[in-house]
Design a protein around this ligand. Structure first.
Ligand code: SAM
Length: 242
């Protein structure tokens, strides 16, 4: 039986994103919350642990992706630097048919995610331990996803080089940020151009309780990734394409 917080969450998701969550899906979010708190005692997964805050700042925040039509229609998504699973695991719970690939360079986070996938009974989720720069060189991952996401991983100029090589030409990379990214956007022009992409649009929104600002930056991939990118692991964030 859903409690007050779960009913609030279900109603907000329906009203704000037109997504209907059933009891089983609400149960999956609650199990995810429980695992997050349990494992967070043994390893650093999140600074946000209060239940209501996890529902708002992790689950709701991840589902804001549903405001992007290209994200809702995607069949295959890659989430780069997903950490404890954001935004891809909350998104997968709401869209059970989507195929998800998660890439993260920290093995213990991948171990946590394997437990989440097993306990929630999620299907078609592939967990890849490695640096995005290396995994993007593997043909099965390069230029092949119809949605690529990253939340709170790095500044956009460097992040573009980690994420855009995974995006299929014509598809989108959605970078999920806080507010005030004007400067970051300005300095990311060159990286988009070099990686065969362009800014499509941005979508501003606020979290429902905390009212903090969020921005979704939607970038369109125009053609295949030039063969010199991404550069060697570590270089994109150390020497971004400015
Ligand atoms: N996206 C999650 C969120 O919003 O809560 C996690 C953000 S956490 C600040 C950044 C994550 O990116 C970490 O889990 C880290 O291991 C991963 N990461 C950083 N650089 C990476 C790289 N080059 N390739 C793959 N993962 C990377």
């Amino acid at each position: 039986m859903a409690d007050e917080l779960q009913r609030w969450f279900r109603d907000r998701i329906l009203e704000d994103f037109s997504l209907q969550l059933n009891e089983a899906q609400l149960g999956q979010y609650e199990t995810y919350y429980r695992l997050l708190i349990e494992w967070n005692e043994k390893m650093n997964l999140t600074g946000i642990t209060e239940r209501e805050a996890v529902y708002e700042k992790h689950f709701y925040d991840s589902l804001t992706l549903a405001l992007i039509p290209a994200a809702k229609q995607a069949l295959r998504m890659a989430d780069i630097g997903a950490g404890a699973g954001f935004p891809s695991i909350p998104f997968k719970i709401a869209f059970p048919a989507i195929q998800v690939t998660i890439v993260d360079s920290l093995a213990k986070r991948i171990r946590f995610l394997q437990t989440v996938v097993d306990e929630l009974g999620l299907e078609a989720v592939t967990l890849v331990h490695g640096r995005a720069e290396d995994i993007a060189r593997v043909p099965a991952h390069r230029d092949s996803y119809d949605l690529v996401t990253a939340r709170a991983v790095a500044r956009l100029a460097g992040l573009n080089e980690l994420c855009l090589p995974f995006v299929k030409p014509g598809a989108r990379f959605v970078s999920m940020k806080g507010s005030d990214n004007a400067l970051e956007l300005q300095e990311s022009n060159k990286s988009m151009r070099l990686l065969s992409a362009k800014l499509d649009y941005t979508r501003e929104l606020q979290l429902p309780l905390e009212q903090s600002e969020r921005q979704l930056i939607v970038i369109e991939k125009l053609g295949r990734t030039p063969k010199e990118y991404p550069r060697k692991a570590g270089i994109p964030l150390k020497q971004p394409l400015l």
